[in-house]
Design a protein around this ligand. Structure first.
Ligand SMILES: Cc1cc2nc3c(=O)[nH]c(=O)nc-3n(C[C@H](O)[C@H](O)[C@H](O)COP(=O)(O)O)c2cc1C
Length: 198
């Protein structure tokens, strides 16, 4: 069973009013072995298109693995801990960013691509899906296996699908299947100069 929305809200109380999608997005590790309809998956990437980027350069690119053969190729570079749980996810995708324009380096490639990931992760919630980002994989092996040009930086790998029951997870992971807490806003928000309380 997916964690009920009211339980999610209890685990992650908010000090100020925000849209519920912000609280409801979290990173479970238990996935149902259930395919994502192509139209639903395309809606998720459609949302990513609308992220802001410097000069509207849209540096993000997504490499999807959905077929058994594509997923097997991804498994060759994913670390053991993550392989333990992400194999049930029906779709994995790698996020890369274009670091160069015709005029030279593009400094905000990572920032802009992070915005695209955030946007798609929220759309996934709206589509009834869950996402779990990972950097626990071999970046060099991924570059080789997927033919990623040097001018593209590897950012993260994401598992996406429908949430499964926590007791279906391998040993040691079920008790970690809870939404994580957050720093209070006072810790991350400054006024005027760095470190000055808001
Ligand atoms: C860039 C990035 C890399 C991450 N790498 C991993 C990973 O390799 N394995 C894993 O289990 N979780 C990974 N996570 C998930 C984070 O631990 C999780 O997002 C964080 O604890 C906040 O929890 P929440 O997403 O449930 O709100 C990663 C998340 C991000 C954004």
């Amino acid at each position: 069973m997916a964690i009920a929305q009211d339980l999610l809200a209890q685990q992650r109380p908010t000090a100020h009013s925000i849209d519920s999608v912000n609280v409801n997005r979290w990173s479970p590790r238990s996935f149902l072995e259930k395919a994502i309809p192509e139209e639903t998956l395309l809606s998720v990437f459609e949302a990513a298109r609308f992220a802001p980027s410097a000069f509207n350069f849209q540096p993000w690119r997504f490499i999807v693995a959905a077929s058994p053969e594509e997923r097997e190729r991804f498994y060759t570079f994913i670390g053991e801990f993550n392989l333990n749980w992400c194999k049930k996810a029906p779709v994995l995708f790698l996020i890369v960013s274009n670091t160069e324009t015709e005029k030279g380096p593009f400094p905000s490639h990572a920032f802009d691509t992070g915005a695209a990931w955030g946007t798609l992760a929220h759309e996934a919630v709206r589509q009834g899906l869950v996402t779990h980002a990972m950097t626990g994989f071999d970046f060099a092996k991924a570059r080789e296996a997927l033919g990623i040009p040097e001018s593209y930086a590897i950012q993260a790998l994401v598992a996406i699908g429908y949430q499964g029951p926590s007791d279906a997870l391998p040993e040691g992971l079920a008790e970690r299947e809870v939404p994580s807490p957050r720093k209070p806003v006072q810790e991350v928000l400054f006024q005027g100069t760095f470190g000055q309380a808001f």
